[in-house]
Design a protein around this ligand. Sequence first.
Ligand SMILES: O=P(O)(O)O[C@@H]1C[C@H](O)[C@@H](CO)O1
Length: 350
Amino acid sequence: MHVTSKYVGGSASAGRTISSSITDHTPIHTHTHTHTHKHKHTSGNSTSQHHSFIMHSKEHISHDEYQKTADWLRSHTKHRPLVAIICGSGLGMLADTLKCQDSFDYSDIPGFPQSTVQGHAGRLVFGELKGKSCVCMQGRFHMYEGHSLIKTTFPIRVFKLMGVETLIVTNAAGSLADGLQPGDIMIIKDHINFPGLVGLNPLCGPNDEKFGPRFPAMSGCYDKGLRSLMMEIAKQMGVAGLVQEGVYAMVGGPNFETIAEAKLLHRLGVDAVGMSTAPEVVVATHCGLRVFGLSLITNKVVKSYEDSESVNHEGVLEVGRLRSQTVQQLVTELISTMEINNNENTKIVS
Ligand SMILES: O=P(O)(O)O[C@@H]1C[C@H](O)[C@@H](CO)O1
């Protein structure tokens, strides 16, 4: 494997003591925060959102509806992306690095849900990363916002219909593993979809065979080749000490874990916990997308009654900002280096 890019700011040596600028490759210490949360207000009808959440298992979006949104986007942008990126909390800046941008507020895209979480801009950005056409979700949808899982994962099938072949998911997550510190980056090796295990699964309801089979396999849903490519890239960048593989667990949120829940997750072998990603990956795998996932560890999950620290969303966003450059460099290099099918979809329509 040959990784060609040069990096600015990475130390030559791997290991936890890598030093660079204070905002980048240094270990990050979290604090107990006492800020109150500010939520974005949207024009969405909260009553109908709540209703659709309750009705999640009966809700159905037809193939035509996904197609309509895909067609609308194709007619409004010259880009024909093969790679889609979902930006996690505090990681939206990745989209700003795209060249030749066409961007759309979610509220302007027919059929798109609205993002309501602070730190999620609510914009779809098309553009080029290292000459490769990409689409980036600056803000994702979470179950706890009141979206049904069908709505939460709506963009994935739209991307599929637009010709996307690879999905890169990023998220902010709390660590259970002793070896994962705030500021570390976890390549997702596998996930535990807690809502899915009890039937809160976007694939519930009538199966659309045009997207995939009724009973899709999920073993190997995080592409092995891309995982090892990312490790190689991290070594080349001199940040291998910040990067390791692990298991992500999705919980429903929006509250962070109790100490008893944290102990349970730890005993189950969960390395990092968050409130997203698994439904997106399930839908992407169902429709045959290749998936790569990355968690930015923003906090340690409190798992001792002696510990007086507590986590909050502002702290999560802060670590996202501090590590955004490293995450951007890693993802950019992954896209630049990975093999992408070179069919007519890669071309920009003039
Ligand atoms: O969208 P992600 O999964 O990155 O967001 C995480 C989980 C919650 O939405 C939020 C908690 O701070 O960050």
